[in-house]
Design a binder for this molecule. Structure first.
Ligand SMILES: [Zn+2]
Length: 306
């Protein structure tokens, strides 16, 4: 698991794994060991929808869990459907941490029917969903209404999701409460430090708007007093007229950088960038390393904004 080893706490998590192996070895010949300790040698199977959620669960639970991600790096959650082998693997899982990815609406009922004992945890709980921004519409216009699903891009909202994940894991494995609480506390401290760092990076910027191909950074923008201007309309590329309006708006608002993500075609972003003599920057809001990804996003914003 390279993501975990790359992290400073990797060493600690290795020694925990070694302890786990030793414990499993002991357990083989030690039938009188308490049930919770025998059980602890077996990781809890947890499914998540999106790559960043893997980091959330692993930082809280370490080797006590084995996390499977539905949407793989490079795949788009907007068009994704589970593969048959993923559905088979799901039957061995204990819990599914849903987040509101588009495929969940159609697939959660089917997955629960296949695996009635699966504990489904909705990590959106406690989070006020905001409507999605659309190009060419004033905030709160009549067309607003589709809730923005991208709640994993804001460190503050990630902290809230992690509290939900921690509580769900404690309910699944009460004997591991101390480990999950400690894992949460460590990761929450990292998220708080990241939040402070991002505030610092954006302090003093008078420009507060940025243009994006796909509006994945709405919650991040709200957290730091920024506004994203999306190019696509409900997942579709804009037509020539809408594109011309966007170019006018970009010029009027002094936007000179456009963020794209590799899961989407960037031709519309390239067209706007050419027209405003601007630059296209590729970011990945679905990277597994959320901390690194949020930092890279805000650094790119801070570089682009005045
Ligand atoms: Zn999206």
């Amino acid at each position: 698991m390279p993501a975990r080893l790359a992290h400073p706490t990797g060493a600690a998590s290795c020694s925990r794994r070694q302890a786990g192996i030793a414990l499993a070895g002991l357990a083989g010949g030690l039938l009188t060991a308490p049930a919770s300790r025998l059980w602890a040698a077996q990781p809890i199977g947890v499914f998540v929808s999106l790559p960043p959620q893997k980091q959330f669960v692993e930082r809280i639970a370490g080797d006590a869990v084995k996390v499977e991600v539905m949407v793989r790096p490079g795949q788009s959650p907007a068009t994704y459907e589970p593969m048959p082998q993923q559905l088979v693997a799901l039957t061995r899982a204990a819990a599914y941490m849903r987040i509101g990815a588009p495929f969940e609406t159609a697939w959660m009922p089917k997955m629960q029917a296949m695996h009635p004992r699966l504990r489904v945890v909705d990590t959106r709980q406690g989070i006020a969903l905001q409507p999605m921004e659309r190009p060419g519409h004033a905030p709160g216009a009549a067309t607003a209404g589709v809730p923005d699903p991208h709640i994993w891009t804001s460190p503050q909202l990630v902290r809230q999701q992690c509290a939900t994940i921690r509580d769900a894991l404690i309910a699944l494995a009460p004997a591991e409460r101390a480990r999950f609480e400690a894992g949460f506390a460590r990761y929450a401290a990292e998220l708080d430090a990241l939040d402070a760092e991002l505030r610092q990076a954006l302090a003093g910027k008078t420009e507060r708007r940025f243009m994006v191909l796909h509006p994945a950074w709405g919650y991040l923008a709200r957290s730091y007093g920024l506004q994203q201007i999306p190019i696509e309309v409900e997942g579709k590329e804009p037509g020539p007229q809408a594109l011309a309006r966007l170019v006018e708006r970009a010029k009027a608002e002094g936007v000179h950088v456009i963020f794209v993500q590799r899961q989407f075609s960037r031709s519309a972003a390239d067209a706007v960038a050419r027209a405003i003599d601007g630059e296209v920057v590729e970011l990945d809001p679905l990277a597994e390393d959320f901390i690194a990804s949020a930092r890279a996003t805000v650094q790119a914003l801070a570089r682009a904004m005045r």
